[in-house]
Design a protein around this ligand. Structure first.
Ligand code: DAH
Length: 350
């Protein structure tokens, strides 16, 4: 009996010590001190002991009870006095901190970086020129005199500012303004890639008023269409994949002669223009996707940049960043304006 009391006393003392909240302590109290609690039962059992054992055992039980009650009260005072539970206060200093939400680069920034690094490997340096520029660089020097109807295509925003010697100021409607600016630096050979914002008065599911283009320019002696093909082939294979092919399709731009539109073979149908069922491919036109413009720099543009067109020749190309990137990923964004709506649910996917 004595041993039983001692063991129980130890068990209860431990339970009291380990209770970390007032509620947990209440539970301990019920289990042991309650009407059917283990301690209460033992106290009752003393009554049934033979007369001669009762005083000595009774003493032990009573002192155990007193000891435990005072422990219980002490613990209770401590837990309640703290006003909060030990669990809440307890801090694991080795636990990793809470990280703030982490963002990532916009998909257009990714595209710009990738384009830059592809051209970097073949010696094209990224340059930057104004995104608000004079009419002269955006049009006139590119063989588009004032009032020439070709200008209409560029749906230009004009700045409400007094015209200067180089005409009115415009929000650059294409990156081709960088061509003559780069020529004016007078260093040869020219191998530049200009990636910048462009602005046009347009907004619908396939157009945004602010978008990006990348403009390449290579000027040296004996630059030919073969170089143009080589450069574009290289870019398309590096950016879209080694199986993709390019095609030059005759076109007209005022600042290049001859001019081309560049097509890249369709990934969905492998360039055949037909899907597996033999029906017309829905992604492309007869196996090709239109990417952008290119051509051999017009002699008038070289002259505007102070370059002797009998000695030097050049090639140029200009494509939209957003468009090119969406083709690469096979992204079917049904409204291109989503790119700039800053909806985190959309942007998080990339
Ligand atoms: N600037 C033209 C546009 O915005 C694209 C372009 C076509 C750029 C031919 C070029 C080029 O450099 O040679 O539509």
């Amino acid at each position: 009996m004595k041993d039983k009391i001692k063991t129980l006393q130890r068990e209860i003392a431990k339970a009291i010590q380990e209770a970390r909240t007032p509620t947990a302590l209440d539970e301990v109290q019920n289990t042991y001190f309650g009407r059917k609690g283990k301690l209460t039962m033992i106290l009752r059992a003393v009554r049934d002991l033979p007369e001669k054992d009762r005083p000595s055992i009774g003493k032990i039980v009573n002192s155990a009870k007193l000891d435990l009650e005072s422990r219980l009260n002490e613990r209770k005072a401590m837990l309640e006095g703290q006003g909060s539970s030990l669990d809440e206060e307890w801090a694991d200093v080795t636990e990793p901190g809470i990280r703030p939400p982490e963002g990532h680069l916009h998909l257009v920034t990714h595209a710009i970086r990738e384009i830059t690094s592809i051209f970097d490997t073949i010696g094209f340096t990224r340059v930057r020129y104004p995104e608000v520029d004079w009419d002269w660089y955006a049009f006139e020097s590119l063989n588009m005199p004032a009032d020439h109807p070709a200008r209409d295509e560029w749906e230009t925003f004009f700045m409400d500012a007094p015209p200067g010697k180089k005409g009115k100021m415009v929000l650059t409607p294409h990156t081709s303004n960088s061509q003559v600016r780069e020529m004016e630096r007078g260093e040869f050979p020219i191998r530049m890639i200009d990636i910048a914002k462009c602005y046009r008065r347009q907004s619908d599911v396939t157009h945004v008023p602010m978008f990006h283009q990348f403009e390449g320019l290579y000027v040296d002696k004996d630059v030919s269409i073969a170089h143009l093909r080589g450069i574009l082939d290289y870019f398309v294979k590096a950016f879209f994949g080694p199986d993709r092919k390019t095609r030059l399709r005759p076109f007209h731009f005022r600042f290049t002669e001859p001019s081309f539109e560049i097509d890249v073979s369709c990934d969905a149908c492998g360039g055949s223009g037909k899907n597996e069922q033999g029906e017309k491919c829905r992604m492309c036109k007869r196996g090709w996707l239109e990417l952008g413009g290119a051509g051999m720099v017009h002699p008038n543009v070289l002259s505007a940049g102070g370059i002797d067109s009998t000695e030097y020749s050049g090639l140029a190309f200009g494509w939209g960043v957003e468009r090119t990137y969406m083709m690469k990923e096979g992204l079917k964004v049904d409204d291109i304006r989503t790119l700039y709506r800053n909806d985190i649910r959309f942007l998080k996917q990339f």
